[in-house]
Design a protein around this ligand. Structure first.
Ligand code: ZN
Length: 236
């Protein structure tokens, strides 16, 4: 797929981004998307060069055929974690736009393709224009990094992010994430593009990952790894 748009969804669910993606992969039905975002994590479900089925506009629809689907988690109940997920999604979408040299006119609601009331929470709360304005200001920051002019050629989204080796390390990663305020991002995403200045690697090696600085917290097994993480974040 050669993407031309980004489509924003609300999951109408209270699952984490990891669970949304596992569900999508495990469930062989016709619904799929490229990214799910919760309060800490951007998880990629499908590469952006492949199309996904998230717009309800059919086999030849521009939404399904030419747009990158971004699901914002926790929209069913909303609240603080939804707000944080939406904020992270806004930053992430700004980065997708920036990389492609696109403007916010490329960002569409699911509603635009098939009149489904999605992203339902943003629509019901009448905040679509606000979301677009927020994406615009994040995009402006990426285009004109005021505080870091020397880094102009390397826009980044995050100071710190956490990468795990397998789902066995997710428990340790979650407490580190809460403690450090750094999202957990998928290993495949962190190898493909530089998402953060510093990567905290929980389990496994830093081979192939992209960042300026690495903190590798990997033991021989998940218990050792979890111990290292505990020490690092000062819980032990
Ligand atoms: Zn949708």
């Amino acid at each position: 797929m050669k993407a031309e748009y980004i489509t924003v969804h609300n999951t109408y669910n209270d699952a984490t981004a990891n669970n949304e993606v596992s569900y999508m992969i495990g469930n062989d039905n016709e619904v799929s998307f490229h990214y799910a975002v919760d309060e800490y994590t951007v998880v990629q479900g499908i590469p952006t060069n492949r199309n996904a089925w998230h717009c309800g506009d059919g086999n030849k629809g521009t939404g399904n055929r030419k747009s990158i689907g971004v699901e914002v988690c926790y929209s069913k109940s909303g609240g603080e974690r939804y707000k944080k997920a939406e904020e992270l999604a806004i930053k992430f979408i700004a980065q997708l736009l920036h990389k492609r040299n696109w403007g916010v006119n490329k960002v569409k609601q699911h509603y635009a393709w098939s009149k489904k009331n999605c992203p339902h929470r943003i629509r019901d709360e009448g905040r679509w224009n606000q979301v677009i304005n927020n994406i615009q200001s994040e995009l402006n920051k990426l285009k004109n990094p005021v505080s870091k002019p020397q880094n102009k050629e390397e826009p980044f989204m995050l100071d710190k992010a956490i990468v795990i080796n397998s789902s066995a390390d997710y428990g340790a990663a979650e407490s580190a994430s809460n403690r450090l305020g750094a999202p957990v991002i998928s290993r495949s995403l962190a190898s493909k593009e530089k998402m953060a200045k510093e990567l905290i690697v929980i389990g496994g090696s830093k081979d192939g990952l992209k960042a300026d600085k690495f903190t590798v917290l990997s033991g021989k097994n998940r218990f050792e790894t979890s111990n290292l993480v505990g020490k690092h974040i000062g819980l032990l």
